[in-house]
Design a protein around this ligand. Structure first.
Ligand SMILES: [Zn+2]
Length: 237
């Protein structure tokens, strides 16, 4: 039976900070833990959005690529979809969206996911340029990114909320990715404005945190020398 109360996470954002950007899970393995998810490819190769079992990567050229099973990722979230409707939003910015997600049932202390499906009057996304080995730090790699903007686009915003306590493992607060219905734009959301969208929510009571124990670089890395991991993550994400 598929566990819809579990949020699966492979890797942590903290491990990306010093540049541990090797793909340490295949898409096939990841999707054994969910039909919905977000992530990035090896070397921060674009932004991944998985909706209804379809895994797409938005690359730095603005292309939407349907991913193959052997695509590898250093960081990803996945879960099995069992969303419940929590109403709709009209004319909402990210602040209104954040409040709607949190307040319909107060739960800033646990993980949950929100889907917003509808028309976005504005959407701004980024996709990082794939870097090659030897990998640079997250801050340096994430600087090389393409920015995309669109107006009046139909699509889905897929968001994962993490409690403050877990900043470092994930980004505290909302981590939002976008996929347009016609695949014309997508990726990691920097800004958005909802014209009208239906909202769906799924609360998790369990975080399954998977670490790349077969990756020697990760196992041998000394995170003490990387400075304030939390601050670097906040800036890059
Ligand atoms: Zn992202």
């Amino acid at each position: 039976m598929k566990k819809t109360n579990v949020l699966y996470q492979h890797g942590t954002l903290a491990l990306l900070v010093p540049g541990l950007l090797a793909g340490t899970i295949t898409l096939k393995e990841l999707m054994e833990h969910g039909d919905t998810g977000i992530g990035t490819g090896e070397g921060l190769n674009g932004e991944v959005v998985i909706i209804e079992g379809k895994p797409y990567q938005f690359d730095s050229f603005g292309h939407a690529n349907l991913l193959k099973e052997d695509f590898t990722l250093p960081f990803a979230n996945a879960h099995f979809s069992a969303y419940q409707s929590i109403g709709q939003l009209t004319g909402a910015d990210s602040t209104k969206f954040a409040a709607a997600g949190l307040n319909n049932r107060p739960n800033s202390n646990t993980f949950f996911s929100i889907l917003a499906k509808g028309t976005f009057s504005y959407i701004k996304t980024r996709a990082v340029v794939k870097s090659e080995r030897p990998f640079d730090t997250l801050a340096a790699t994430a600087k090389k990114q393409s920015i995309f903007e669109a107006h009046d686009v139909q699509g889905t915003l897929l968001s994962y909320y993490s409690p403050e306590l877990f900043h470092g493992a994930a980004v505290a607060g909302y981590h939002n990715h976008f996929i347009a219905d016609d695949l014309s734009i997508g990726g990691h959301i920097l800004d958005f404005q909802i014209k009208q969208a239906k909202l769906f929510k799924q609360v998790f009571d369990t975080l399954e945190q998977h670490l790349p124990v077969d990756n020697q670089e990760f196992m041998e890395h000394d995170f003490d020398v990387d400075g304030d991991l939390g601050e670097v993550i906040s800036k890059a994400e």
